[in-house]
Design a binder for this molecule. Structure first.
Ligand code: ARG
Length: 587
């Protein structure tokens, strides 16, 4: 079923044909339609057209107006200012349009599904084996998950890839240490899983690191272990596998706490590309993209220089023959382009890895793996800061464990829910507390543009006033409560009714859902959807203040307002889901 065209789209189309009827050369020109406070919409596109045609913009605008058909949809169109068009929509069109999406059983609320979708591989939620997840891993997971939801909803084929750090020299150190101190993990790991096991692994990691840095002989043994691991020694591999399995159990427990679905087959860590590394290097060397320099295989760039002015290369293979992060990422690109048939590669990774990706992408472009049809993009995100504006640390100066932070958010949110709760059981309070707490953390992350740093401030995040998820969740729950109170009276659209100003503003904003989703998806910008939803909740609040729903004047008006409430709720629910946030029915 074709999706319901939004009002702004139909107005846009009407204006575009009026434009080309007036100035035939202008066929395809964008009338530049925007929502406006003065009328319902304003079109600014005539100014540029007039300039091009060397015509008087106001005169041109007047001619365009004469071509616009007013009536069913457009109530009035007039020229304003230097040659803008102010457009007012009929109340009937607003209600009818919302009614059409309300009736559309696909629940897509006017958002079209791409007819010829591409394939996007999204690399996100990529913690490291044998290390605890910290607040930096939060952003990749939260932003990445929202990008997945947004793109899938627009019809794109999405392949998720969790590029976990599961390979490298540190595993030689870990395995050697554990082999020499078997008691340090075994008796505990046998009984515990998830967070506690991970705590043990993390402690083990720190102990091994300490020994590695202080004991030369251990260092030598650990290095030999790396060679064993790389050459596939069965005992060493089995121990490595144990670390990976243990860590994955822990990752899953954290992702579950984050209310996020991560699927095992999508976890393809660094080790997953081991078989491709030698070939990747051979291809780069043979094509001349990479050259040998002091024994290492390197790629050089005009514009990448160190502080001393000398070029800093991307090292694809070290002089000792070892492969690193770059070789793995280049191999992953080949896999994603040639096996997964991706058109777009999206990397949700900390901005501090920007130079790495710049060099990796440019190398892949030179090798012909990336080109105009297959593009790679780093969705880079900024740092999570503490209240003091410095990178978030515990009082002791250590990195903050993600689980501790999530637990605290849930606890704080549960207190807020409990305070407001009227008819909730303890069990419900716990469930809502988790939904509100995790929602608060996600929303704080998603409501600023990814590249910006933000302060992790739980007081602000769980506040009922302001731009928070709790505010949005309350708006949704309030609507559900009205719908429950309405009992037998069901929402129904009555296009013949005149609308109050607050109803029009709300309706026109609901109408903009499809274009907001399209923009947020194509720009990988969930914050645009968050801003839209916050405004939706605010417009709903003013509607609710000004327009009595159950006590409206006529039974038709009650039904029509219930309908406006419900279509708002569905939009909130869908939009929040695209951000990975729940909307409880009761709060
Ligand atoms: N594991 C890395 C980290 O914790 C992030 C991996 C990003 N993805 C990639 N393809 N390099 O920093």
């Amino acid at each position: 079923m074709a999706s319901v065209t939004s009002l702004s789209d139909s107005v846009q189309q009407q204006l575009a044909s009026a434009l080309s009827a007036t100035v035939p050369e202008a066929a395809g020109a964008d009338p530049l339609l925007r929502r406006s406070d003065r009328a319902d919409f304003q079109a600014n596109g005539i100014l540029a057209l007039a300039k091009k045609a060397k015509a008087n913009p106001r005169e041109l605008a007047t001619q365009v107006v004469s071509q616009v058909v007013t009536g069913d949809v457009i109530k009035e169109v007039e020229v304003s200012g230097p040659g803008f068009l102010n457009i007012t929509i009929t109340d009937k069109a607003i209600t009818e349009n919302l009614a059409a999406r309300y009736a559309d059983e696909t629940g897509r609320l006017g958002v079209p599904s791409a007819a010829n979708p591409g394939t996007t591989v999204i690399d996100y939620a990529q913690p490291n084996v044998a290390k605890e997840m910290h607040v930096g891993h939060l952003r990749s997971a939260v932003i990445g998950d929202s990008a997945v939801q947004l793109l899938e909803f627009t019809g794109e084929n999405v392949v998720r890839r969790h590029h976990i750090g599961d390979w490298g020299t540190q595993f030689g150190m870990l395995i050697q240490y554990l082999d020499e101190h078997p008691h340090e993990l075994d008796h505990k790991a046998a009984q515990v899983t998830g967070e506690e096991a991970m705590s043990n692994l993390d402690r083990l990691y720190k102990a091994a690191r300490k020994l590695f840095d202080s004991d030369e002989e251990f260092k030598t043994r650990a290095r030999r272990r790396v060679v064993d691991l790389q050459s596939g020694d069965p005992h060493t591999l089995a121990m490595w596998q144990k670390f990976v399995d243990e860590s994955k159990i822990y990752f899953f427990s954290v992702f579950e706490k984050l209310d996020m679905e991560i699927r095992d087959p999508d976890i393809v860590g660094e080790s997953g590309y081991n078989d491709m590394l030698a070939e990747t290097c051979r291809l780069l060397e043979e094509s001349g993209v990479a050259v040998r320099s002091e024994g290492a295989l390197c790629v050089f760039f005009e514009d990448v220089k160190g502080p001393d002015g000398n070029p800093v290369p991307l090292i694809v293979q070290k002089s000792d023959g070892g492969y690193g992060y770059a070789a793995t990422d280049l191999s992953a690109i080949r896999d994603r382009v040639f096996n997964l048939k991706a058109n777009t590669l999206l990397y949700v990774v900390d901005a501090r890895q920007g130079l790495h990706f710049k060099m990796v992408f440019e190398t892949a472009r030179r090798a012909g793996w990336l080109n105009d049809d297959v593009k790679a993009f780093q969705l880079a995100f900024g740092t999570v800061l503490g209240k003091d504006g410095k990178p978030f640390k515990t009082r002791e100066g250590e990195t903050v464990r993600l689980v501790d932070l999530l637990d605290e958010a849930i606890e704080r949110a549960s207190a807020v829910v409990r305070e407001k709760a009227q008819d909730l059981s303890e069990e419900e309070i716990a469930e809502r507390g988790a939904q509100v707490g995790i929602g608060a953390v996600k929303y704080a992350d998603l409501s600023t543009s990814a590249i910006r740093d933000y302060k992790f401030d739980l007081d602000q995040m769980v506040s009922l006033n302001g731009d928070t998820s709790v505010y949005l969740q309350y708006a949704y729950a309030r609507i559900q409560s009205i719908l429950r109170k309405a009992g037998e009276v069901r929402p129904a659209a009555h296009p013949e009714l005149a609308l109050a100003q607050a109803e029009r503003a709300l309706g026109l904003h609901v109408d903009a859902f499809a274009e907001t989703v399209a923009e947020a998806a194509s720009e990988y910008a969930p914050h645009k959807l968050a801003a839209y939803l916050y405004q939706l909740a605010s417009l709903y609040t003013s509607f609710y203040d000004k327009c009595p729903v159950l006590k409206a004047e006529t039974p038709e008006q009650v039904e029509n307002r219930l309908f406006l409430c419900d279509v708002t709720a569905r939009t909130l629910h869908r939009g929040m889901a695209l951000l990975g946030i729940r909307t409880p029915e009761k709060l």
